[in-house]
Structure formats: structure tokens, C-alpha cells
Design a protein around this ligand. Structure first.
Ligand code: HEC
Ligand SMILES: [Cu+2]
Length: 361
């Protein structure tokens, strides 16, 4: 068992806010503390004076009130000093805002896609430039990263508290933000052998949230940002770039499908244990008869599933709503094939003869 002190040291928690982990964080914190200090100072001053005056000039001691006059000096002082303070706050706020808004010329690029209810972070493969889609962030230490953010449904907001970075993710437009991480995580999960150790290392990475209330599972839009030294960052992307293989060996398609099921957020709405969620369960889906809201029906085969993924609005399974966003252009045929194999693997009506399907082609 860790002591509370060790837990605090292992977490990213600072005194009030998580420890600073980006180049902008000291500016944000400085201004926040300055505003806090000014607020506390004036709160104490004003309440102190109110109490003091209430006692000092109480009616019993001063039965005949003196006429309240006008004091030009006093008026000038309490106009000019607050104006100067407000201008100082404006100056530092504006400077920080400009620094956050002006995009660095050379930066790593990450496309951020917010959806109900998860995140997809799209990278480019460091060697061949092909897209890599992850549900967690990997960031290089000491190098600027630009986020190009969009939403497939409603407004979300990407927040990395340790980096003091937060920006809305809005449907129908791109929002940009950039960040330069300053503190690499101590443990790199990609260098660890077992899944448990990897999971623990990811758990110790920086927290990422959605901070714009976006519906039922808004609070489940949690993920992690892992900061690695640049060479390890590159190596991690190369490993992640190939979900179809592990250690150079092709993986069975249903295993790839299972990875996509969690990594691409299908699990937020579809269970595999028979419980219905926002969407129908995938248990025994393959080969089953589907009833649609328009009264028609069909058998769930490969074509139907592919159509449901690319054009979810065409056939709405009763009694569900049309809430699934299209994955057109987001999942390629090979990935959809893997998802279908995964659905088959959790469906009793489907038995593949001759063992699991390999994707070695
Ligand atoms: C926001 C919730 C949500 C997410 C995320 C989601 N779906 Fe759906 N999905 C639904 C709902 C609701 C339905 C039923 C209504 C319809 O047919 O559009 C559905 C229907 C389906 C169907 C037809 C199922 C059936 O029972 O006939 C398939 C196949 C499917 N989704 C695949 C996927 C895949 C693959 C992913 C991830 C890449 C995914 N969905 C992500 C909500 C979601
Ligand atoms: Cu959200």
C-alpha cells in the first residue's frame, strides 16, 4: 500500500492544481495566482473596513451623523488604482492568449475528433505518413504539437489540466490549439512487457477530459496523454501504427476488431454481453433478424453491418434512436472487416470452421 504522501508524489497533483507540464502552464498559473491574490487582498481590505467602520461609527457612539461630503482625492485613487490592476490583468491575459493562439510554424500535428462519447486522435505514421488513430494521446517532450479539432456530433471540449490547455471541439468547424509538453512521464508503457504493467504506466499518464456537457456519458469521455522523449514518441507511433500485427506477426482479425471496438469507442454504445445500451448489443447480432423503425426488417450479414457503420441513418434498429454518427472515411474496409469478424466471434449463430480468421494476406 502506498502512503498518502507517496500517492500524492506519484500523481500529478500539485498544491491546488496538477503539476505544470507544458510551456504555457507557468503563465496561466502566474496570472491565476495574481488574480487570486488581488481578490483576496481587496476582500480582506473591504470587509475589514466595513466591520471597522460599523463599530467605529456606530449610532450609539455618534447619535448625530456628520454630513457625508465628497472627496475628489479619494474618488481619483479608487478609480485609478483598480484601472491599473485591471490593465495589468489584461496585459498578461492577452499576452498568454496570443501565445496560445498563434500557431507554431513547425509542429507535430494531431487531428482530434470528439464524438459521443470518446476521442479519436489521428496521427501520421512517422515513416510512411499513413493515418494512425488512437483513443489516447501520445506527445513528444519539448516539441510543439498542434491539435486540429472537430466534432462528429455535438460540442465537446478537450481539456488537459496539467498542460492548462482547454478548447471547445465544435461540429462543422475546425478549432486549433497547440501545446508544448515539458515533462515526460516517468514510465514508458511501450517498453514494458506485460499488459498489467502497460496499463499501470498508462494510468500514471496525464488526465484528459471532456469539459463540455455532451449527453449521457459525458463523464466517460476520459482518456490519457502520455508524454515521451521524442525518439520514444516516434517508436511508440510506429508500434501503434500497425494494429493488424503484434511483434511482426499478423493478428487474428477478431482480435484486431476487438481493439477497434474499444479504441474507436463503439463500446460506449454497444455491449457484447447482451445488455442493450445507447445502441443494440453486439452479442448474437451476426445472423440475427433486425427490425427497423420504418417497419422493414433484414438479416444482419456483412453487407448490412457495413452499411450500418457507414450510413447508420439508413436503417434504424427499433426501438433505438438515430444517434450513431457515420464512420464514412473514418474506418477503412480492412478495419470494417475486422469489426465484422469480431461481431461474429461474439455471435452464437456464427461459427467459423477451421479456427480463427487470419489477416495474413
Ligand atoms: C453514440 C453511440 C454509438 C456509437 C459510439 C456507435 N454506435 Fe453503432 N449504433 C448506435 C445506435 C443507437 C444504433 C441503433 C440505431 C441505428 O441503427 O442507427 C447503432 C447501430 C449499429 C449497428 C447495427 C446494429 C444492429 O443491431 O442491427 C452496427 C453494426 C453498429 N452500430 C456498429 C458500430 C460500430 C462499428 C461502432 C464503432 C466504430 C459504433 N457502432 C459506434 C449507437 C452508436
Ligand atoms: Cu464530450
Amino acid at each position: 500500500m502506498l502512503s498518502p504522501h507517496q500517492l500524492l508524489a506519484a500523481s500529478h497533483q500539485g498544491f491546488f492544481m496538477p503539476k505544470q507540464a507544458s510551456s504555457i502552464a507557468p503563465h496561466v498559473d502566474w496570472l491565476m495566482w495574481f488574480i487570486n491574490a488581488v481578490s483576496i487582498f481587496f476582500t480582506v481590505l473591504i470587509f475589514g473596513l466595513v466591520i471597522y467602520f460599523a463599530i467605529r461609527y456606530r449610532a450609539s457612539r455618534n447619535p448625530v451623523p456628520a454630513p457625508a461630503g465628497h472627496n475628489n482625492m479619494l474618488e481619483a485613487v479608487w478609480t485609478i488604482i483598480p484601472s491599473i490592476i485591471v490593465l495589468v490583468i489584461f496585459f498578461f491575459g492577452f499576452r498568454g492568449y496570443m501565445e496560445m493562439s498563434v500557431q507554431p510554424v513547425a509542429a507535430h500535428q494531431v487531428r482530434v475528433i470528439g464524438f459521443k462519447w470518446g476521442w479519436t486522435f489521428e496521427y501520421r505514421h512517422p515513416v510512411d505518413g499513413t493515418p494512425i488513430k488512437l483513443d489516447r494521446l501520445i506527445l513528444p517532450e519539448g516539441e510543439p504539437v498542434q491539435f486540429i479539432m472537430e466534432s462528429t456530433d455535438v460540442i465537446h471540449s478537450l481539456f488537459i489540466p496539467s498542460m492548462r490547455m482547454k478548447k471547445d471541439v465544435v461540429p462543422g468547424r475546425f478549432n486549433k490549439f497547440w501545446v508544448q509538453p515539458t515533462r515526460a512521464n516517468e514510465v514508458n508503457p511501450y517498453l514494458l512487457p506485460t499488459d498489467e504493467e502497460k496499463a499501470a504506466a498508462w494510468a500514471a499518464a496525464y488526465d484528459v477530459y471532456c469539459t463540455e456537457y455532451c449527453g449521457t456519458k459525458h463523464s466517460k469521455m476520459l482518456t490519457k496523454a502520455l508524454v515521451l522523449p521524442p525518439d520514444q514518441y516516434r517508436a511508440a507511433l510506429i508500434i501503434e501504427g500497425n494494429i493488424f500485427e503484434k511483434d511482426g506477426q499478423p493478428l487474428p482479425l477478431e482480435i484486431v476488431g476487438e481493439t477497434l471496438y474499444t479504441r474507436r469507442g463503439c463500446n460506449q454504445c454497444h455491449s457484447i454481453d447482451g445488455k442493450s445500451g445507447i445502441g443494440p448489443t453486439w452479442k448474437d447480432l451476426f445472423g440475427a433478424q433486425r427490425q427497423f423503425t420504418d417497419g422493414t426488417s433484414a438479416v444482419a450479414d456483412e453487407n448490412y453491418i457495413k452499411e450500418s457503420i457507414l450510413y447508420p441513418g439508413r436503417k434504424i434498429v427499433a426501438p433505438y434512436g438515430n444517434v450513431m454518427a457515420s464512420y464514412l472515411g473514418q474506418l477503412n474496409d480492412r478495419e470494417i472487416g475486422a469489426l465484422i469478424e469480431y461481431m461474429k466471434s461474439v455471435s452464437a449463430k456464427h461459427q467459423t470452421l477451421g479456427g480463427p480468421q487470419s489477416n495474413a494476406d
